[in-house]
Write a protein that binds this ligand. Structure first.
Ligand SMILES: [Ca+2]
Length: 245
């Protein structure tokens, strides 16, 4: 029998993928797996979770810097290292799979995104994703083409800040108010590493649960040492538009 033609092979692959998706509905429904296609790029809908980082860590045989050095950092009377605080145990006890992965350096976050077929978002992409509604059919009352002061709209309500909200520290991803472009936690929950570097420092944006809402504004972005691992810093990934189906 002649080998199948390329079109037939492609159709067979599509059918197999559909079958697998049907066999794994829970996986398809994982909110942390959701991506949003915007103008010229694609971005994760949520921060990368402990569950997803665990899969990466196990596949790579990775020992993060915080694991190797005895723990990540928390700010108390200055920066203090916390023994046993790692991506798997953000406050020293095992975290839930739906919590954001923190205590990861810029380098570790970059490696994760590369393994997922992406990269860390560039600041210009992150800025547009966070504040400029780009979807053809916006949800939640957002308007295409409009730029908002906060990642959740005209006001700061609904984010996980240091203020009055249901979360004492970080929240599970997808638990706060869904924001511009259908993205969660572009404002706070945890800071997010971006691709932009300045010497040994890397840009972070969005602020964390430790701060008030002002850090969620565009001007809240700030550089941090790229090798720093702290309880307040996580990340999400972006993807070139032509590299993602
Ligand atoms: Ca965030």
């Amino acid at each position: 029998m002649a080998p199948p033609k390329p079109v037939q092979r492609a159709l067979a692959c599509v059918a197999a993928a559909a079958l697998l998706a049907g066999l794994h509905p829970a996986r398809a429904a994982d909110p942390a797996a959701a991506r949003v296609r915007l103008e010229g790029f694609v971005i994760d809908a949520t921060e990368v979770t402990i569950g997803r980082f665990r899969a990466f860590s196990q596949a790579q045989g990775l020992t993060t810097q915080a694991e190797a050095n005895g723990g990540g950092f928390e700010y108390a009377a200055g920066w203090e290292q916390r023994p046993g605080w790692t991506w798997a145990a953000p406050y020293g006890q095992p975290g839930g799979d739906d919590e954001p992965a923190v205590h990861v350096t810029w380098h570790e976050a970059s490696a994760y995104c590369e393994s997922a077929g992406g990269r860390l978002p560039r600041f210009d992409e992150w800025r547009r994703a966070a504040y400029e509604e780009m979807r053809a059919a916006p949800t939640d009352g957002f308007s295409r083409g409009q730029t908002y002061p906060y990642p959740v709209g005209d006001g700061p309500d609904g984010m996980n800040t240091s203020g009055d909200d249901p979360w004492a520290r970080h929240a599970p991803v997808g638990a706060t108010k869904r924001g511009v472009n259908g993205l969660y936690d572009m404002g706070e929950n945890v800071w997010e590493w971006l691709a932009d570097r300045r010497g040994d420092a890397a840009l972070t944006a969005g602020g964390s649960w430790w701060y008030g809402a002002s850090k969620t504004r565009l001007e809240g972005a700030q550089y941090k040492p790229a090798s720093f691992a702290a309880v307040y810093i996580g990340f999400r990934c972006a993807y070139d538009a032509d590299a993602t189906p």
